[in-house]
Design a protein around this ligand. Structure first.
Ligand code: FAD
Length: 244
């Protein structure tokens, strides 16, 4: 257990193609606030890295079945045999090292950009981030904390219960609940920069300050990253987890 006050490893995953975007400003604000507070921060700027979001055989140096591409089976084999491509292995190492994960992205058609969706699919792989039966409070990434930071074009009114888009919690549910929490992360309330292109410059400065504080506040909380006693897939075969 790492208690409050200790230094944390924080991974920021950023998915916006424009270096001058407000998403980048938010990432910089968190980076500066966290490093000033004594934490170590790594940034995966997915567009800048040229990350490929499309899943396929190029994810692997190993092959489970050359005749039929079953993605989770290929991920399981790669997890056992160190068979992920260099790009995926690098990102997985960053996730393993992180006590806190922060995802920063603009809302595009009510969801994360395909770039980030692809990162989730390819990096948080079967055998690495989850296996059969180990989910939520037994998820492989349990003991870590995560937070979503999203920018929107729409105003808060559009995201109210009566608004045309509905509550932001509903929109973020697939990433927050079926992604991060499924894998064991304890999640913070999302940080939402509503109507980022429409608000005043002062309002944006306020958002940057608030987000920096929120990132530092998360890093001040206890974490206890899970270290499996053996390979997670051995635990599946031994029936350590219920599949229900
Ligand atoms: C394909 C697509 C689908 C979309 N779907 C939706 C949707 O479903 N729902 C919805 O609500 N919106 C939607 N949008 C709008 C989108 O969510 C917003 O355009 C986006 O969230 C804005 O965030 P950004 O980081 O791209 O900001 P930007 O547009 O890059 O920046 C916003 C403003 O911040 C300024 N800025 C940059 N850096 C700083 C700084 N350091 N300090 C102060 N100001 C700064 C910029 O100059 C700009 O004026 C969609 C957009 C696209 C392209």
């Amino acid at each position: 257990m790492m208690v409050a006050g200790e230094s944390r490893n924080v991974l920021i995953v950023l998915a916006n193609p424009e270096p001058g975007s407000f998403c980048h400003a938010l990432a910089n604000a968190a980076y500066r606030a966290l490093t000033a507070a004594g934490h170590s921060v790594e940034l995966s700027d997915l567009y800048a890295q040229g990350f490929n979001p499309v899943a396929g055989r190029h994810d692997f140096t190993t092959v489970a079945d050359p005749a039929r591409f079953h993605y989770q089976s290929e991920q399981a084999k790669a997890a056992r045999e160190d068979g992920f491509s260099a790009e995926i292995a690098r990102e997985q190492a960053r996730v393993r090292k992180a006590d806190n994960l922060i995802l920063i992205f603009p809302l595009w058609w009510g969801a994360a950009p395909a770039m980030l969706k692809g990162w989730l699919e390819r990096v948080l792989a079967y055998g690495v981030a989850y296996v059969d039966g180990a989910r939520f409070d037994t998820g492989l990434l349990r003991g870590r904390r995560a937070m979503i930071c999203v920018t929107t074009g729409g105003t808060p009114e559009r995201f109210s219960p009566q608004g045309v888009y509905g509550p932001i919690e509903n929109i973020l549910y697939p990433v927050q609940r079926l992604g991060l929490e499924y894998m064991g992360f304890v999640t913070e309330q999302p940080f939402v920069a509503y109507a980022a292109p429409r608000v005043s410059g002062e309002a944006r400065q306020q958002m940057l300050a608030e987000f920096g504080e929120k990132a530092v506040a998360m890093a001040a909380l206890d974490v206890d990253p899970y270290q499996p006693p053996c390979h997670p897939l051995d635990l599946v075969e031994a029936g350590a987890w219920s599949r229900s």
